[in-house]
Design a binder for this molecule. Structure first.
Ligand code: SF4
Length: 379
């Protein structure tokens, strides 16, 4: 496990989407600059703490929220500081999440020049009606323009985030979004089924009976259609929700799914290092204050025992189509997966949810459709 990721969390958004339960702040431009300074402070603290003790970073990821609400010069300065303070592997993947309608003029060119080499664009749908319903602050035209701007800025590696299973969405509407997305020639697609999260406007509408979601059968058809369309377009599914053209799998996320080590900067960011998982306080103002006064940043700190780390690694590894190496897991944790899960594992294999192929335990095609239920048995 030689990967090491670094995540920057920028929790600002233009406005809150109707389905979103993430920690993010809409309309708080007043603290953008202060927050950028705080994150730069945390970066320097990390650099001082780990100086010469870290292997080179293999991926850097600016996520949110909407990182591109910060000026491109600020984001570039943060990246440059990071490149100055840490050893970074050759060919490291350096991604930034972008939401349409938040990048204008030459901002993407500035980011490309600073060293970002992968963009992840929050498109979600290519129908204006669906975007309005989701509460997204952009239009289809904004999304298409963002992809064009990205290409002109020199980004070759582009992910599009899309959502299916939307209220009132028909199979044909999803097919159309998928076709239109492929015409934009991305190298990677992240496709998420809408889930209704507690406390969101969508949860309220659902309670009132005002949200009509597609049936389970329609969602399964959407998934089947997705598989076919993407296979024809030379995309390979490599994780439950992620598809890439050969060579364009997201290295930063693969490191998460392999339960590798990563550091996290920003309010609410998580780090996993030296078998310890730490979560930074998920409040932007307190985050700034604590850094300004050199106070403790962690809201949560947990040392993972061997068995807990083993189970997490199995669950997360099964999210990927490559599954997990049984020998590799035994070498890493000293635990034999088949002996540990015993009859539960064998039953899931008999039921056609899992299979073992040349030392790798994987979800079957059927298992991918019921992945949550399978994981719940192994957790
Ligand atoms: S842009 Fe993303 S993080 Fe921000 S409110 Fe919408 S879904 Fe949530």
């Amino acid at each position: 496990m030689n990967s090491l990721g670094l995540y920057f969390h920028i929790p600002f958004c233009l406005r809150k989407c109707s389905y979103c339960s993430f920690y993010s702040l809409a309309g708080r431009t007043d603290i953008h600059q202060r927050y950028a300074e705080a994150i730069s402070r945390q970066l320097l603290l990390y650099a001082k703490k780990y100086q010469n003790k870290l292997r080179p970073l293999t991926s850097i990821f600016f996520g949110g929220g909407t990182p591109t609400l910060l000026p491109p010069q600020t984001l570039s300065r943060l990246l440059v500081e990071c490149l100055e303070q840490f050893a970074v592997a050759n060919q490291a993947e350096i991604s930034i999440e972008v939401n349409p309608a938040t990048v204008a003029g030459n901002s993407l060119a500035i980011l490309r020049q600073a060293g970002f080499n992968r963009l992840s664009i929050g498109v979600q749908s290519l129908h204006d009606k669906e975007l309005r319903q989701l509460g997204r602050p952009h239009t289809v035209a904004d999304a298409v323009e963002t992809v064009q701007l990205a290409r002109r800025a020199g980004f070759e590696n582009i992910n599009l985030d899309l959502m299916y299973g939307l209220p009132g969405q028909k199979l044909q509407s999803w097919q159309r979004t998928l076709e239109d997305a492929l015409e934009l020639e991305p190298t990677h697609l992240s496709l998420y089924e809408l889930t209704i999260e507690e406390g969101t406007p969508f949860a309220f509408l659902e309670e009132q009976g005002q949200l009509v979601l597609p049936t389970e059968d329609t969602v399964l058809l959407m998934l089947e259609e997705t598989q076919q369309a993407l296979q024809q377009a030379d995309f390979q599914r490599y994780e439950i929700s992620n598809y890439a053209q050969p060579g364009y799998q997201c290295q930063h996320n693969i490191n998460y799914w392999q339960n590798g080590e990563y550091l996290g900067l920003g309010a609410g960011a998580v780090a996993f290092f030296n078998k310890t998982r730490c979560t930074v306080i998920a409040d932007a103002e307190q985050y700034c204050e604590r850094l300004e006064h050199e106070e403790e940043l962690w809201q949560d700190r947990e040392k993972l025992g061997q068995e807990a780390a083993f189970r997490e690694t199995v669950i997360m590894g099964l999210r990927m189509t490559a599954g997990i190496s049984l020998t590799g897991i035994t070498e890493r944790f000293g635990i034999n997966t088949e002996a540990y899960y015993g009859e539960t594992l064998h039953r899931l294999i008999r039921q056609g949810m899992l299979h073992i192929v040349q030392d790798r335990l994987r979800l079957t095609a059927q298992g991918f459709l019921f992945a949550n239920a399978v994981m719940a048995e192994l957790v």
